[in-house]
Design a protein around this ligand. Structure first.
Ligand SMILES: *Cc1c(COP(=O)(O)O)cnc(C)c1O
Length: 373
C-alpha cells in the first residue's frame, strides 16, 4: 500500500551534501567528520540519510544506543559506530558482534562490561566530564588518567579514545566562550598526562556542531556533527558562517475547504471565533504526527506560497487554517508545515523549544520520502 498523500516529510539529500561541504570548510587541521545519526537521524530517517553519508565518504557515525547501532549495521554501514549513550553490560557481546565503540562513563562500568564480554574485547571511548555534568570521569587530570589506565588494564576491553561534550559551545557571550575553552583545556590536560605516561589514545574528540564552527580545534580528532547536518541552528540567535539548508520539509494535504460566517467557532474549546466571513481549510496533520499542539492559534503554514494562520486548536490528526487570502485553493492541495521558509527553528521559537525537538518529534507514522532538489 502506498498512502503518502496525507502527511509526509520530504528529506532533501542535496541539502545534506551542502551542509556537510560547508561545515567541512570550518574544520581545522586533520579533524575528521563524525556524523551524529542518533534518534533516527534526528527524525530524518537513518535508512535514507546514512547510506547517502557513506556515499559522501563519511567514515564515522554516532548513535545513542545499541538498537540504533544494530540498525545501522543492518543497513550495511561499515564505518565506525560509536554509542554516545548507555548500553546495559549484559549486551557486551552484542557490542563486540556488531563492532561498536561504546562510551564508557567510569571504571565500575568498564568492569561490568569486562565481566560480561565472553567473545572478545569491547572497544571503548572514555567519556570525560569537563563541565557538562552528564557522564564521564570527573576527578581531575591525574585521577582521570589513573582511572583510564585502570580501565585499559582490563582484559576484555580496549580503550581507543576519549571524548568530552561541551555545555555552551553554541553561545557567543564571553562567559560561555571562556567555559568552552576551560572544557577544552581539561580534556587536553588528561591527554597530555596520558602521553607523559606513555599511553597514546588514537582518538580524542570534543567538538559538536557548534564547537566545530565557533571553537574549531585541530586537536580534536573528530567533529561530531549533529544539528547542522540537518540544516538547523545550534542556537538560532547566533549566526553561522553559512546558511544551513533544512533537510526536512513537513507537508500535508488539505482535506476540505469551506466558508464560515462571522460568529462561527473553530475546533475544540472554541478558542477561535471568526469575526467576519472567512475561508477555512482543514489540514491532515496533527500533534500525533508531531506537529506541536502549542501552535494552536499561533503558527502559520504555507499554501501555494502564501502564509496562512493556524486557527483553533491543533487536533490529534487535523487542524484548521485561514485561507481567505487564496483564490484557488481546494481539497487535495498541498500545505507546507515547515521546511526552508518557515523552519523547524521558527516553530521551536513559537512553542518554547529548540529545532532539535521539533524534528525529533515527527512521529513514526509520518512517511519519510527522499527528495533531491
Ligand atoms: C548529540 C550529541 C552531539 C551532536 O550535537 P549537535 O548539537 O547536534 O551537533 C555531539 N556529541 C554528543 C556527545 C552528543 O550527545
Amino acid at each position: 500500500m502506498n498512502c503518502l498523500r496525507r502527511c509526509w516529510a520530504e528529506i532533501d539529500l542535496s541539502a545534506v551534501k551542502y551542509n556537510i561541504e560547508q561545515y567541512r570548510t570550518c574544520l581545522k587541521g586533520g579533524t575528521e567528520l563524525l556524523c551524529v545519526v542518533k534518534a533516527n537521524c534526528y527524525g530524518h530517517s537513518d535508512k535514507l540519510v546514512v547510506p547517502y553519508l557513506e556515499q559522501l565518504g563519511v567514515k564515522w557515525f554516532a548513535v545513542s544506543n545499541l538498537i540504533e547501532a544494530e540498525h545501522l549495521r543492518a543497513l550495511g554501514v561499515d564505518g565506525e559506530i560509536i554509542i554516545l549513550g548507555y548500553s546495559p553490560e549484559e549486551n557486551a557481546d552484542d557490542l563486540i558482534k556488531y563492532n561498536i565503540i561504546q562510551a564508557c562513563t567510569e571504571y565500575s562500568y568498564a568492569q561490568k562490561l569486562n565481566e560480561n564480554a565472553k567473545t572478545g574485547k569491547v572497544r571503548l571511548h572514555i567519556a570525560i566530564d569537563t563541565g557538562m555534568t552528564r557522564i564521564g570521569l570527573h576527578s581531575g587530570t591525574k585521577a582521570d588518567a589513573d582511572e583510564i589506565q585502570k580501565i585499559a588494564a582490563l582484559e576484555n576491553v580496549q580503550v581507543e579514545g576519549m571524548f568530552t561534550h561541551y555545555a555552551v559551545a553554541d553561545c557567543a557571550d564571553d562567559e560561555s566562550c571562556a567555559y568552552t575553552a576551560f572544557q577544552t583545556e581539561k580534556i587536553l590536560a588528561v591527554d597530555e598526562e596520558l602521553k607523559k605516561r606513555g599511553v597514546a589514545l588514537s582518538c580524542v574528540h570534543f567538538l559538536n556542531s557548534a564547537g566545530g564552527i565557533y571553537h574549531s580545534n585541530e586537536k580534536s580528532t573528530l567533529a561530531r556533527l549533529g544539528i547542522i547536518l540537518y540544516g538547523l541552528y545550534p542556537d538560532p540567535s547566533n549566526p553561522l558562517p553559512f546558511e544551513p539548508k533544512p533537510v526536512m520539509t513537513l507537508k500535508a494535504v488539505i482535506s476540505q475547504v469551506k466558508y464560515i460566517e462571522a460568529g462561527t467557532s473553530v475546533g475544540y474549546g472554541r478558542t477561535f471565533t471568526a469575526d467576519k466571513r472567512i475561508k477555512l481549510a482543514t489540514i491532515t496533520a496533527g500533534y500525533a504526527d508531531g506537529f506541536p499542539r502549542a501552535l494552536s492559534n499561533k503558527g502559520e503554514i504555507i499554501i501555494k506560497g502564501t502564509r496562512c494562520k493556524i486557527v483553533g486548536r491543533i487536533c490529534m490528526d487535523q487542524f484548521m487554517c485561514d485561507v481567505s487570502a487564496l483564490d484557488n485553493v481546494q481539497a487535495g492541495d498541498v500545505a507546507t508545515l515547515f521546511g526552508s521558509d518557515i523552519t523547524a527553528d521558527d516553530i521551536a521559537k513559537l512553542t518554547g523549544t529548540i529545532g532539535y525537538e521539533i524534528v525529533c518529534g515527527i512521529a513514526e507514522r509520518v512517511p519519510r520520502v527522499e527528495s533531491r532538489k
